[in-house]
Design a protein around this ligand. Structure first.
Ligand SMILES: NC(=O)c1ccc[n+]([C@@H]2O[C@H](COP(=O)([O-])OP(=O)(O)OC[C@H]3O[C@@H](n4cnc5c(N)ncnc54)[C@H](O)[C@@H]3O)[C@@H](O)[C@H]2O)c1
Ligand SMILES: [Fe+2]
Length: 385
């Protein structure tokens, strides 16, 4: 069994860990840091305890808080210009995947001759990066442990920058930052993270023993806690379990990449600005049903993990796999996410165009347990409509 497994060097998981941010900056020898975040985080004041900690440790900081959801190229360019104008020697990403992905690119490009356009694709970054600490405020993307940044290019395309250079130095997991996350964002980002675990576990080419262990633990934590996190957001135990689960799932899919659920979700995000997690959720059961003929045994293994009592009464892999998909449908409904493309105002006439677009996600489709062509994708969108 040959494989490569890379991850963030240091993962610190403790409620209120971000109150010690200054000390963590010192371990990386950071003296002038750029804090990258979005206006929603600033409005909530989530950055305040980190700024207090930086001040206590006599670390200079500048704030860039103009990150937009699904950051377009202009946002990255603006953040980069800001970083270049300030004499920084380290970067902190604070927020959901949008802020963390932006922070990664700033750390990689601030002292580089390469531009953003030079680095789209796989392994294009030529230089090392500035020290980088990532503090997620959603339990979702796992960006704090992935070598990936996703940028919205042009009107509707999402493109990835993938390079081990983007793996941060420190992931700081402070679940207290997520207790105010609204239910609909908790639900969507949580399903995104669960999909990371599911797709890593069934990833066709790079699935390995580490990614399997991480995916199983991630899915167990999140399947058992997503409902409480959505319905009783102040429950710190549920929030901590979701945050840890999302990071474990991130470690899994960073090494055993996601597949068709994500490939079909991206065009929905690009054309209709449907949040990433909700796009995933809308197509999830339908992609899994399509995959049954190739992956039922793997879904059955995951069923044993998240619904062991139900599985005790079921015999075949097929029965368990079907129960697995039904349980996911139940969770999606319980946490209040819509389950039809029609109910998020996707135009039925647009489905062929979306299918054509999804075919461009070759990087992801090659990881799907069952090969998928354009007609298959269209049929899945129609089933999800
Ligand atoms: N790098 C990766 O490996 C990777 C993987 C999957 C997705 N992504 C990308 O990540 C982005 C999505 O990230 P996301 O889903 O985490 O959301 P996000 O960063 O886009 O944020 C969504 C909204 O949630 C708000 N928010 C975040 N934390 C909050 C909190 N604690 N309390 C209240 N509001 C809060 C933000 O202000 C924002 O308005 C997309 O661009 C997606 O393509 C990256
Ligand atoms: Fe995702």
């Amino acid at each position: 069994m040959s494989f490569v497994f890379n991850t963030t060097k240091s993962i610190i998981n403790a409620p209120n860990a971000s109150s010690e941010l200054g000390l963590y900056c010192q371990t990386l020898n950071i003296k002038n840091v750029l804090l990258v975040t979005d206006p929603g985080i600033v409005k909530l004041g989530l950055h305040q305890k980190m700024i207090a900690s930086l001040e206590n440790s006599a670390i200079n900081y500048v704030l860039f808080s103009d990150v937009e959801v699904d950051p377009p190229t202009e946002v990255i360019e603006n953040a980069l210009a800001f970083a270049k104008n300030n004499n920084i020697d380290g970067v902190i990403g604070l927020g959901g995947g949008s802020s963390l992905d932006t922070a990664k690119l700033i750390a990689a490009l601030t002292h580089s001759k390469q531009t953003l356009n030079d680095v789209f694709g796989i392994d294009k970054l030529e230089n090392s990066r500035l020290p980088l600490i990532q503090i997620p405020t959603t339990a979702g993307t796992g960006s704090e442990v992935t070598p990936i940044s996703i940028v919205t290019t042009g009107e509707a395309m999402k493109m990835g920058i993938v390079s081990s250079v983007l793996l941060p130095d420190i992931a700081l997991l402070d679940a207290t930052l997520t207790v105010k996350l609204p239910p609909h964002i908790t639900a969507a980002t949580g399903i995104d993270a669960m999909v990371h675990a599911i797709e890593a576990y069934t990833s066709k080419i790079k699935k390995n023993i580490y990614s399997d262990m991480l995916a199983v633990q991630a899915l167990k934590l999140m399947a058992n806690n997503i409902q409480t996190a959505v319905h009783q957001g102040e429950d710190l135990t549920a929030r901590s379990n979701m945050m840890l689960g999302a990071t474990l799932a991130g470690q899994a899919f960073a090494n055993a990449p996601v597949a068709a659920v994500h490939a079909l979700a991206y065009p929905l995000g690009g054309h209709y600005h449907i949040p990433h997690g909700l796009s995933n959720s809308l197509v999830l059961p339908h992609v899994l049903k399509f995959n049954m003929s190739s992956a039922a045994h793997l879904y059955a293994e995951l069923a044993d993990v998240i619904i062991p009592e139900d599985c005790a009464n079921l015999g075949s892999d097929n029965e368990k796999a079907q129960a697995f998909i039904q349980h996911l449908e139940y969770l999606i409904a319980d946490i209040g996410l819509p389950n039809r493309l029609a109910s998020v105002e996707v135009n039925e006439d647009a489905l062929p165009m979306l299918a054509k677009d999804a075919m461009k996600q070759e990087r992801l489709l090659i990881n799907n347990p069952r090969p998928m062509n354009e007609a298959d994708i269209l049929a899945i969108y129609q089933a999800a409509y």
